[in-house]
Design a protein around this ligand. Structure first.
Ligand SMILES: Cc1cc2nc3c(=O)[nH]c(=O)nc-3n(C[C@H](O)[C@H](O)[C@H](O)COP(=O)(O)OP(=O)(O)OC[C@H]3O[C@@H](n4cnc5c(N)ncnc54)[C@H](O)[C@@H]3O)c2cc1C
Length: 422
C-alpha cells in the first residue's frame, strides 16, 4: 500500500485521511496538537456550521477569493453531498436561518467525533504532538513529465518527545490551514514551506475580522449592537473617494471599533484598501430617506416641545447612542426642543443618516475567522490539488488562497478540496 503523509489533522486533513484510506492508500496524519480538529471544535461558536444548504449560485456568490479555482472540486462534492456524507457517518443534521447547517446536538465535538471514528475504522494512523518542520524534495527530470521540476521525498518532524524524525513518501498532503487563531495550531507553516520551495504565495492577511476605528466615541458605545443598519465603506480609488462596499444588517461597537456580521463580511472585501485607510459610513435609519427622517423627527419634537433636547430622541435611537449623536451634531443637549433651529435639525438628520468613522486597521490573526491569501491557486491543479511543479505534493483547505464569507462556506472548501485528492 502506498504511504501518504497528511500534514495537519484539521477539517481538511481529517477528510483527506478518510478519502485516501478509502482509495486504498495508507495515510498517516501528522498533527502538532494532542487531538484532532482543535479549530473545528471552536467553529460556529462551538456548534460547527459545517456547510450551507444552498444552490450552486449561492455557494459561489459566497466565495470571496478564487471561486473559479473551486469549480471542479465543488462540482465533485457539493454542499448537499456534505450533508449526505455526514448523515451517512451517523451525524444528525439541521438547517438554520440562511441555510446554515449544524449538527442537531449543537456540538462541534460530534462532527469531530464522527470523522475520528471513521478514521479509526479505516485504520488511519495518527501521530499526535508531532510538529512537521520541513518537506523534503528532490530534483526531478523525467522527460514525459517535464512539467515537474522536483518530487517530494518525505517529511521531517519532531515527535512527541521532541525527537527529530523523518518519514519517506512520494505523496504529501499539506492541510496546515492558514494563520488565523494560531492557538489552534494554524500558524501558517504550510505557506512558509511553499514559499521556501519557490511557490508563489499571496501575502496572507486577516479576514472576516473586526475593524479598529480612530474616533473615541466607539469606546463609549462599547457593547451596543445595532440591527437593520446600512454600512458602507469609502476608500480612495485613483485619488477619488469611492464607495467600495455596502451592506445591510447587524453590527456591534467594541472597545477598539466595530464588529458584527456586516463588519466581518465587509473586511473580506476591503483587505486591499487597508494600507491607505478608509472610512465607514453608518446609516442608522436606512429605511427612511433624509426627508422622511426629518418629518419623523419633527413629529417626535412636536410631542416634546418643552423637553430638553437630550430627552427627545428616546423613540428614535438606542439610549447609549443619544449622547454621542447629540455631541457629533454639536447641539446643546440642555436646549429646549422648541429652540432647536432648522440647521441644527438638518445636522441631526445628517449624522443619523451618515455617521462617519475612520478605519485605522483590522484586528490581527488572533481575531480573524479566516486567512485571505496563502498558496497561489496558479500553482495547483484544481482537479486533484496537486502542485503543478512538484510531483506528489498536494495542498488542501485554508492553506490555499481561497476564502469565503461566513455561513459554512469555508468548511465546505475544506471538504471539497480534500475530496478532490486522487
Ligand atoms: C473562531 C472560528 C470560527 C469558525 N467558524 C466556522 C464555521 O462555523 N463554519 C465554517 O465554514 N468555517 C468556520 N471557520 C473557518 C474554518 O474553521 C476553517 O476555514 C477551517 O478549519 C480550515 O480547515 P483546514 O483543515 O484547512 O485548517 P485548520 O482547521 O486550521 O487545520 C490545520 C491543522 O494543521 C495543524 N498543523 C499546522 N501546522 C502543522 C505542523 N507544522 N505540523 C503538524 N500539524 C500542523 C494544526 O494544528 C491544525 O490542526 C471558523 C474559524 C474560526 C477561527
Amino acid at each position: 500500500m502506498d504511504k501518504v503523509i497528511i500534514i495537519g489533522g484539521g477539517a481538511a486533513g481529517m477528510m483527506a485521511g478518510i478519502v485516501l484510506a478509502e482509495k486504498g492508500y495508507k495515510p498517516i496524519i501528522v498533527e502538532k496538537n494532542e487531538r484532532l480538529g482543535k479549530k473545528l471544535f471552536i467553529t460556529g461558536k462551538g456548534r460547527c456550521n459545517l456547510t450551507n444548504f444552498c444552490d450552486d449560485e449561492t455557494f459561489f456568490e459566497n466565495i470571496v477569493t478564487n471561486s473559479k479555482f473551486l469549480y471542479s472540486c465543488y462540482d465533485n462534492f457539493k454542499t448537499n453531498d456534505t450533508i449526505d456524507y455526514f448523515e451517512n457517518l451517523g451525524l444528525r443534521i439541521k438547517v438554520e436561518r440562511g441555510g446554515r447547517v449544524f449538527p442537531v446536538s449543537d456540538h462541534s465535538s460530534d462532527v469531530i467525533s464522527v470523522l475520528a471514528t471513521k478514521l479509526k475504522r479505516l485504520g488511519v494512523e495518527i501521530l499526535y504532538n508531532s510538529v512537521v518542520t520541513d518537506i523534503i524534495t528532490e530534483d526531478y527530470s523525467i522527460e514525459d513529465e517535464s512539467k515537474f521540476t522536483s518530487i517530494v521525498k518525505g517529511i521531517e518532524y519532531l515527535d512527541e518527545f521532541n525527537k527529530k524524525r523523518t518519514i519517506e513518501t512520494n505523496y504529501i498532503v499539506v492541510a496546515t490551514g492558514g494563520l488565523s487563531y494560531p492557538l489552534t495550531g494554524s500558524t501558517g507553516d504550510g505557506i512558509k514551506w511553499a514559499q521556501n520551495m519557490g511557490l508563489k504565495i499571496i501575502d496572507p492577511k486577516p479576514a472576516l475580522v473586526p475593524m479598529e476605528i480612530k474616533e473615541d466615541f466607539c469606546r463609549e458605545l462599547m457593547g451596543l449592537s445595532l440591527k437593520n443598519i446600512s454600512l458602507s465603506f469609502i476608500a480612495k480609488v485613483k485619488g477619488k473617494d469611492k464607495q467600495v462596499y455596502n451592506s445591510f444588517g447587524e453590527m456591534l461597537f467594541t472597545h477598539f471599533g466595530i464588529s458584527g456580521p456586516v463588519v466581518l463580511s465587509a473586511s473580506s472585501y476591503l483587505t486591499k484598501y487597508i494600507n491607505e485607510g478608509f472610512r465607514a459610513r453608518l446609516d442608522l435609519k436606512p429605511a427612511l430617506s433624509y426627508e422622511q427622517l426629518n418629518d419623523r423627527i419633527l413629529r417626535d419634537f412636536s410631542n416634546s416641545l418643552n423637553k430638553q433636547f437630550r430627552n427627545s430622541l428616546d423613540n428614535l435611537l438606542p439610549k447609549k447612542l443619544i449622547p454621542v449623536i447629540i455631541n457629533l451634531a454639536q447641539i446643546d443637549p440642555y436646549k429646549k426642543v422648541n429652540e432647536i433651529t432648522k440647521e441644527e435639525r438638518n445636522k441631526l438628520v445628517e449624522i443619523i443618516k451618515c455617521l462617519e468613522m475612520n478605519v485605522s486597521g483590522f484586528r490581527d490573526f488572533n481575531e480573524a475567522i479566516i486567512t485571505q491569501g496563502g498558496v497561489s491557486v496558479k500553482e495547483i491543479n484544481p482537479k486533484n490539488m496537486e502542485c503543478k511543479s512538484i510531483k506528489g505534493l498536494r495542498f488542501i483547505g485554508e492553506v490555499l488562497d481561497v476564502d469565503a464569507l461566513t455561513g459554512g462556506f469555508n468548511l465546505q472548501i475544506a471538504w471539497s478540496t480534500a475530496m478532490a485528492l486522487d
